[in-house]
Design a protein around this ligand. Sequence first.
Ligand code: KIV
Length: 269
Amino acid sequence: MTLPRVTMPELLRMKRTGRKIVSVTAYDYTFARLLDRAGVDLLLVGDSLGMVIQGAETTLGVTLDEMIYHTRAVARGTVRALVVCDLPFGCYQAGPQEAWDAAARAMKESGAQAVKLEGGRHMSGTVAFLTQRGIPVVGHVGLTPQSVHAFGGFRVQGRGDAAAQQVMEDAMALSEAGAGAIVLEGIPAPLAEAVSRKIPVPTIGIGAGPGCDGQVLVLYDLLGLYDDVTPRFVKRYLAGAGQVSTAVETFAREVRDGTFPAPEHCFTE
Ligand code: KIV
């Protein structure tokens, strides 16, 4: 039996009942299908694809067309998971109308059930504009990678009383504006726990400790495939890079020594 698809209201119910939200990033059909079957609740098509798929140093170069292309593939691979399309840098920050145009395209063309955007209090008007018009929005505060140059690098945010208060106010503003969930990235664990207790909507942490209502990891980090950088908060559940290398080296050896293809891989007529 196919379970009904996870919805934004279901995420809220999960927070209320204390069931942790499981989220992983996805960028293509094949992985989406595996993650969906594994019971992941929320598949985030993150603009992290700029780094792990495209090989860029930051997420800034990703376009809306690219996000829609990858999200469409992910949506085709899911039956249960909620699919969220990240709005990339430069397509929503100028104001609610620009954000509406981008988010409406994402919803119409990609098959996502929600969009995600970065930024705190200053984005709350935009979040309200989208949610009041029927587009579910996931917020994202703390270490927001689209602001990497303003931060001077991928640095933990919310350290110290004033910065912590700022993150708290950002999360509260997004929650009041109608965000259905909020990603808390790269902030001290006690602050993430305090935010998660304070706001009514679910928080999904990455580098934010165990006190969040759910956790998200970048798939290629989780599988140990992306080893350009390994942030402290990443746990690798597979030594993927080594396993892929070994498999491909074995294939190369068998091609070169004539072991592959064997008779069972051949058509005889
Ligand atoms: O782009 C992304 O993958 C993200 C997650 C790391 C939260 O925003």
